[in-house]
Design a protein around this ligand. Sequence first.
Ligand code: SF4
Length: 598
Amino acid sequence: MEEINVVNNLVLDIDLSTGKTSSIEISHKDRREYLGGKGLATKLLFEHIKTGIDPLSPDNIIVMMTGPTAGTPSPAGGRFTVMCKSPLTGIFASSYVGGKFGISLKKSGYDGLMVRGRSDKQVYISIDNDKVTIKDASDSWGMDTYDFQEVHKQEGDWVVIGPAGENLVRFAVIASDKRMAGRCGLGAVMGSKNLKGIVAKGAKKIKVADPEKFKKALKVAQKKVLAHDNTGRRLRELGTPQNVRAFGTTSIMPVRNFSKAKFDKMEDISAEKIRDNHKVKNHGCPGCPIKCGRIGKFKDKELISPEYETIALGLDSISTGNAIGFAMELTEKGMLESDLKFGDSSKIAKTIEDITYRRGLGNDLAEGVKRLSQKYGGEDFAAHVKGLEIAGYDPRGCTGQGLGYATANCGATHLSGSTHAVEVDPLGGGAKGYLSPHGTKAKAHFVVFFQNIMEMTNSAIFCLQTQYPFLEENPAYKYTPAPILRFVMRNLPAIAVATTDLSDYCALLSGLMGYKISRKELSKVGERVFNLERYMNCREGISRKDDTLPKRMLEDVSEEGWAPIELDKMLAQYYKLRGWDENGQPKEKVMNKLGIIC
Ligand code: SF4
């Protein structure tokens, strides 16, 4: 069996307009500077996509990219990146997903792929080792992602869209097995290319470059994953819905379209209740020891159980929940005629179907909250940043997360840096409220730090959940009394972030790649990727005016536990730390320091 040394350094390039396929080589320099996953996806789009294109036109390019960890026993490393220009926000967006597709793609001889153009008929792409074929998918158009993968499972491992992607719903997902690349409407971009799915099958054996070094690092890392209360116990027992009980008591859970801070029926949707009532069992990304996903029995059917963000917003995805919640408030205020009402769930299932098939009001909801507010009004309480609906953490109860939403490259995601995790003190949720939930102190430092860490882990690829054990199970963190940590993090944030131990990431990656990767090199990868994407977004017209939050969040602090978000003050500190000018554009000096040649 042919062996590869962790990576192939080859990306498959498919043009659906011409049917031609070719490949692109990844240089050693790019591999070292961008690692893989999000990093290389960003670099490839920077080099190949034109500025100002319509995301739903043939000019958009979808990149799917694995990291060095894919196909190895690295903890929580079985995921891959999907990146392109988003039809929801009009700027660049990436999403991360498990499922076996990424590993099979790597085993076929490619670390990633790019799809450009548009097919004139409905197709899927088959990658069977080095044989790439574009095949007819007209018989399968209209099938949902589960049925489709079940029917076609003998062909290999899939990424696939359902009817929402086919109908260009601006927040449609891409599925891989039972996992979803969920944010920013990447599924609609596949739909716009008439591409139902991509299947991969590969026979290559992936081996790490320095097995001894890797084995040693892996042993330490696995011990920490199991020792940490979040990854070793809570996520395995309860999944991300553990946050319902934890955050539901801290004024950051979004209730009634972010107009309230508390939900009196919170217990009914808690992870504990779902576990007890629906015979929940674990599922997750390939090879992950945590397995944070859940499968439960609902009316005798085994279904994927909701994640925290789903539950927090009442529905099956962040954007869908936000769109319906916004429509409910518009209706309540007499700005929209509909039968959607807060507290009445009877119309939700039909509304989701209407969104999927763009029927009636569903056609407007399928456009997302920003476009809905442009049509019906309510811009002040439309919960989005840069067009992306806000995740399940209300920034009035965690102001650093607010700065994170305002500056995240793709809009209001918590996945570009989970600053709320050090700002709030959920009931046994793992964080200990090291920063104050309110105010501006140290917030810019930690937002920059977490954003860069996320870019690095999303390039490597390690799931974000590894940040708990890898950052918190180290002696300096674990054995320092909480009041001292609190003092240092609040008053000496530059020292706190500069001394955070990243040794597990360095050791695992050094073993995987076979060359020494220092903390400095790794931190620079994260900073480089974040700045390159910002630069690309600035070329699309993004500037300081877009680094903001909805008016409601900046002005309404009427609920207990909410405080004003001093966004201007935090932004000024943030731009300075980033080395950006007052308009939010990365300065030449920082681009040169990071080796980004524009
Ligand atoms: S922790 Fe959850 S999301 Fe992360 S790799 Fe494991 S199963 Fe996947």
